[in-house]
Design a binder for this molecule. Structure first.
Ligand code: ATP
Length: 496
């Protein structure tokens, strides 16, 4: 997780791409905005176009010495603090750099902790009273869409205020963001807010549920496919990366990504290019990655189920969404905001929540967090007809499946579904569409399991010996609507 060091703009100059990336990632993780250059010329162009807080330069560059950059900075009385990276044992260079005005020097191989502390020290010195003209950088206010996206994250607890502040701060960089938090805690809301607060807000925001894509389709879904690349590919199609070009790609449930796909994703992140299935050429993609998971990614790394290198790549900036039980003070405001939204969507008047109903909600554990709260409120709205919601309107979640969730079964299917149906009924009512019949059976079983588990998909999947991916896929395939599903079958209802 990033340190509390104030964020700064840093120019890193090194001709070795791997080292450049290593320094860049290290500094991005600290919350800084990093620009890179591979030689003196590129560095000069960058310096001519804007001002940085810190300049870090390798000494030996293809077109000259990093020392000349330092001299130019000093001669022009620029405010950049310079840190030079010198070859091991090259004391002379180090001394010369300091004489030329370097704030500090580091020797190769660079210890990343030293790099971080040298940058912090440089920033502190720059912001000390002696350097008063260099005002600390202020985060620019987010665009109007960003303000609205932040407003959608309801709550005034310190954890919510803190995460909103962090969103504003990290939105301005390209650094990948990893959002961790339990299911239903608003990870997708946070991802959207990162996008809306960034300069990419005018570009697309593409949200992908990595756990819901069948493994055999995953590569085509991510990178696109040319016509004929696989059976059923009847036309060219773009993948998520192409669709998110110029914007943000939100990889939800990243912990569910199969290992083979993890390797391919890593390659794309490193090279910033994708090749569609069946295509000859690669294409450049400009995408900011935001990922999320409710799973313990470090534990998955330990267990060999998640690539460590990918984890570091995705986790340059970490955000954590707080569980509802850790911010109980937000519940009244949240309940009201959710009621307003639900009633607005349904075109009905917003009822009040009686103090007893609020107390009832507050006394529940709500392991499904805000989503579970939302489901409970939606259910109460459906059951109540008054202008005030009382505890009785919430009922018990484990009574019968709401009728609206279950389509009537065809007579033939019904005959098969009832254990009491006589064998002659079976003979008479052989289904004339086996697939439909099997689908209806599956649908009925899934709904029963979901209902028995309070519409928690993870628990329902476990009851049926399925994993979450299989469960999601089936829910989507069968078009099952879950309580709280706003638009479509692939909802996120009720997982923990
Ligand atoms: N702080 C909040 N303010 C208002 N609504 C919220 C908040 N947090 C979550 N919600 C609502 O709760 C529901 C679930 O949120 P969201 O999908 O962002 O959670 P999630 O953490 O991404 O869940 P999952 O891990 O299952 O994907 C959404 O309808 C969202 O609008």
């Amino acid at each position: 997780m990033p340190s509390p060091t104030p964020s700064a703009s840093i120019l890193v100059v090194d001709d070795e791409p791997d080292l450049r990336t290593l320094y860049e990632l290290t500094l991005l993780r600290e919350g800084h905005a990093v620009t890179t250059a591979a030689d003196l010329q590129q560095a000069r162009e960058q310096l001519a176009s804007r001002r940085f807080d810190v300049l870090i330069s390798d000494m030996q560059l293809p077109d000259g010495l990093g020392l000349s950059l330092l001299r130019e900075v000093a001669e022009r009385q620029r405010s950049e603090k310079c840190i030079v990276i010198t070859a091991h044992g090259s004391a002379e260079n180090a001394v010369e750099s300091l004489k030329a005005g370097a704030f500090d020097y580091l020797t190769k191989p660079v210890d990343l902790r030293q790099l971080r502390s040298a940058v912090s020290a440089a920033l502190l010195s720059q912001r000390a009273p002696a350097a008063a003209p260099n005002e600390p950088q202020r985060v620019a206010p987010p665009p109007p869409s960003g303000v609205r996206a932040l407003e959608r994250i309801v709550g005034r607890s310190s954890s919510i205020v803190q995460i909103k502040g962090r969103i504003e701060k990290v939105a301005t960089s390209m650094a990948p963001v990893l959002i961790l938090g339990e299911s239903g805690t608003g990870k997708e809301l946070v991802a959207r807010a990162v996008h809306e607060c960034s300069h990419r807000a005018h570009g697309p925001f593409i949200a992908v549920n990595c756990g819901a894509i069948p493994e055999n389709l995953i590569e085509a879904e991510f990178f696109g496919a040319r016509k004929g690349a696989y059976t059923g590919a009847s036309a060219d199609r773009e993948g998520y990366f192409q669709a998110a070009h110029g914007g943000t790609l939100f990889l939800d449930e990243i912990g569910d990504l199969p290992l083979a796909m993890q390797a391919k994703l890593l390659r794309v992140i490193q090279e910033r290019r994708v090749r569609a299935l069946g295509a000859v050429q690669e294409e450049a993609v400009d995408v900011r990655l935001v990922s999320a998971t409710h799973r313990d990614l470090p534990a998955l790394v330990q267990a060999g189920q998640f690539r460590q290198d990918l984890y570091y790549r995705l986790n340059v900036i970490g955000l954590r969404t707080p569980a509802l039980r850790d911010r109980p003070e937000d519940l009244p405001e949240l309940a009201h905001a959710l009621l307003v939204r639900l009633c607005h969507d349904a075109g009905q008047a917003v009822p009040d929540l009686s103090p007893a109903a609020l107390h009832w909600l507050q006394s529940r554990e709500l392991p499904g967090n805000v989503r579970e709260l939302e489901n409970l409120l939606q259910r109460a709205l459906a059951l109540s007809s008054g202008a005030v919601l009382h505890p009785a309107d919430f009922g018990e979640i484990s009574d019968t499946i709401p009728d609206t969730l279950v389509d009537p079964l065809p007579a033939a299917v019904d005959a098969f579904a009832r254990p009491s149906a006589a064998s002659d009924a079976r003979d008479a009512a052989l289904p004339d569409d086996l697939q439909r019949y099997l689908d209806e059976q599956e649908r009925r079983v899934l709904l029963q399991a979901l209902q028995a588990c309070g519409f928690n998909r993870t628990a329902a999947a476990a009851r049926l010996g399925l994993n979450l991916r299989q469960m999601r896929y089936r829910i989507q395939r069968l078009g099952i609507m879950l309580p709280g599903a706003a638009g479509g079958a692939d909802t996120e209802a009720g997982d923990v």
